[in-house]
Design a protein around this ligand. Structure first.
Ligand code: HGY
Ligand code: MN
Ligand code: MN
Length: 411
């Protein structure tokens, strides 16, 4: 195989996708591999064994991120990194995150078989806890790596049962010793399914991701007064749940008003004391909202804060919003985007530029290294859902664009 017609082994890549989907596989055909659980440990062990078998040298940093290096001719050069994440949502799919890691492994295997040595090393990366479903916020390990998230804050993050991130990382045996952030890249590429409807609707195979939406993640709390469901007259109530409901609809209205690219989501809400004949005195909820433009994200900030105080005073409750994380909108490196564009053109693949609605580790990597992303379509744009699906042909196309872009960057 010459460099000109070099391509990854599509069947082998697809086989690794199906094989790893069994780790945390759910009866409905999805995947549940929450960060730092037994399932995450098993997929990490699988990945570590595959890297060793491919002759990659594995290192783990103290946030548990895994770096598998394929040596290059000139080991003084900073590697070209190919990364994504192995953890999933609770009702996740077979592709979100792991596709980008498995494509990196497949590229190493392909170069080994073709006996091709790159000038700079290549490095396949698994970033810990990209999803943030168990330990919020997401993208926490790449955030610590880039210096934008404090390490002590990250290690102390609790899950719903109060288990701390650092202890869970220790428990699965992946609390590495390497300091976070010392390991630098000359470039970073992340292949990912789009998780939205644009490429499929536009008949494109490749998304050249030039930018990403900014996000705010927050924990919210409504405090009213729990009292008897039968004997408390309606005008006297300070019902935390109905106040929350009005606030939740205000968040939806505000996101629409900041459309078409503004989005707002409340993913978790629990009423306390959770008794059917006690008026809920407290609501705990999560809140996240996103926009590709910084000024509009700030405008959403303000609109949501004033909606909270309007509902609170109208209903005699308090609404607290504790912002735990903000990542400003990202624009990716034009040189790296051009490498992706050139690779897609070389392969004759229909491609277009696109902004990512979903967050990715590449957003943080971009702070400290020239970075870009490659998207491939997923069916109906559905993701964070057990029905998530993509075709073997599109996954292989994405991996081949990744291969050529990485080779162009690694020399
Ligand atoms: O939330 C996100 O955007 C990412 O998909 N975890
Ligand atoms: Mn992802
Ligand atoms: Mn995800």
């Amino acid at each position: 195989m010459t460099r000109a017609n070099l391509s990854i082994n599509s069947d082998r890549l697809w086989a690794t996708i199906l094989e790893t989907a069994e780790i945390g596989g759910t009866p409905k055909g999805g995947v549940c591999r929450l960060a730092l659980t037994e399932e995450d440990r098993r997929v990490r062990d699988w990945f570590a064994a595959a890297c060793r078998e491919a002759g990659l040298e594995l290192a783990v940093d103290s946030m548990g991120s895994m770096f598998a290096t394929r040596p290059g001719r000139d080991m003084t050069k900073a590697p070209v990194a190919i990364g994504s994440h192995l953890d999933t949502q609770p009702t996740g799919g077979k592709f979100d995150g792991i596709l980008g890691v498995l494509a990196g492994l497949e590229i190493a295997r392909t170069l080994n078989e073709a006996d091709i040595e790159t000038d700079a090393p290549l490095m396949v990366v698994n970033w810990t806890n990209e999803e943030g479903a168990r330990f919020a916020p997401g993208m926490i390990a790449s955030g610590v790596y880039s210096g934008e998230v404090d390490m002590a804050f990250a290690l102390g993050r609790p899950d719903r049962d109060g288990v701390r991130f650092g202890d869970a990382l220790e428990a699965i045996g992946y609390r590495g010793t390497e300091p976070v952030g010392e390991r630098r890249f000359s470039a970073m590429l992340e292949l990912h399914i789009e998780q939205g409807p644009i490429l499929e609707a536009d008949g494109k195979t490749i998304g050249i991701v030039t930018a990403g939406k900014g996000s705010v993640w927050a924990d919210g709390r409504v405090l009213g007064k729990d009292s008897h469901a039968g004997s408390t007259p309606m005008p006297m109530r300070r019902d935390a749940l109905t106040a929350f409901s009005e606030f939740a609809l205000a968040v939806e209205r505000i996101a629409r008003e900041h459309g078409p690219d503004g989005v707002g989501t409340i993913g978790v809400a629990e009423a306390l004391p959770a008794s059917r004949n006690t008026i809920p005195g407290e609501m705990r909820f999560t809140l996240e909202y996103r926009h590709p433009e910084r000024a509009m994200l700030d405008s959403m900030d303000r609109a949501i804060a004033s909606a909270a105080s309007a509902v609170a005073s109208a209903r005699g409750v308090s609404i607290g919003i504790d912002r735990i994380w903000r990542k400003d909108p990202v624009s990716f490196d034009p040189r790296i985007c051009r490498a992706v564009e050139a690779a897609a053109a070389e392969l004759g693949l229909p491609a277009r530029t696109i902004t990512s609605g979903a967050g990715h580790d590449a957003f943080f990597a971009a702070t400290v290294a020239p970075t870009a992303m490659i998207f491939v379509p997923c069916k109906d744009g559905v993701s964070h859902n057990e029905e998530e699906s993509a075709t073997q042909a599109d996954c292989a196309a994405g991996a081949n664009v990744l291969l050529r872009a990485a080779l162009a960057l690694a020399g």
